[in-house]
Design a protein. Sequence first.
Length: 364
Amino acid sequence: MINYTKSVLCLLVLSLIFSCGNADDDVNFQLNEGNGELGKGKEPDDCLNFGESDLILSIQDEYTTLPGKVSILFKVSDSDGNPVAGLTADKFTIYEQGRNDDCFKTISSSESFARISPNSQVFSNNTLLVLDLSNSVLQGSLAELKNAATSFVNNVMPATQSESFKMAIYWFDGEDELHLLNDLTSSATELTTAIDGITEDISNDPSTDLYGAVLKTTKKAEELVKSTSSDDNISAASVVLFTDGTDQASRYKEADAIKVVEDANRNISFFTIGLGAEIDTQVLESIGKTSSVVAANAAELETTFNQISARVSEQANSFYLFEYCTPKRDGSGESNLVIRVIDGTKQGAVQTKFSANDFTGGCE
């Protein structure tokens, strides 16, 4: 484990929705792909005899802070890949194995000051909401879309404004341009005001350049992840795209749009929302590789957007920064560590290790 002298671990999570058979596991920040779904961790030692896991703890990052604090950032999912949110510190148990231990020993949560530490998380969460404002939407479902998009913003953006949570809104029609409705901001009021200002005459081209919108939005998302990531910050972007039809402009190829999504940075999540009977659900599922949903008619739009916002919150809150003060001290070398969670009838655990070099007492 890398030994950093930082007091803050930067986490980012972005956004995600009810699935129509799509994977929900591509949001995997700093994931060590060589270790598969457990990230930087591995299965617990057999001596613990935990049995089969119902919950998956995927370690995203880990570090130590003097005089003796161990911090682990991980994501919790169920066996189907669905995020598990809202777990509290009392549901976790810490096990350590030192050089003289045949198996692992339980570490007291109270004596080790174990805690989930949301105040130590600095989120860099950039969501790109992309709206189809082609003629069919403007003439047929604009009012419903504005209500749904407003509800989405209010549900996703934190009640207390934070520079760590930002959203931008773009729109497309038939032009070879991704139009900016509102730039990245942490203000929900600014975003909803922009949505309220959409009028039926906003577009000059009644066609639909869906594939162009996908290509251009993905490029912006890639740039965002790159510009907001650093050695002490984990960043991601979420693309949430709404359309009521298929690509009509034929300016770009379907295969190119799907490929750019497939090849995108793993820290970018893609979601699509389709409306009505004219959409191509297979294409939208390919573009919305994280999740794709469909509203049968305009009246269902707000309900669908609300489902999405719930998924966003679930995903964001399924990442945990778990911190505790180890009893291991300088000279003890490298120790194995297991974190186990029990949530009702479900349980899961993950194993990693840390070095106690220079560790002393006094950690809180």
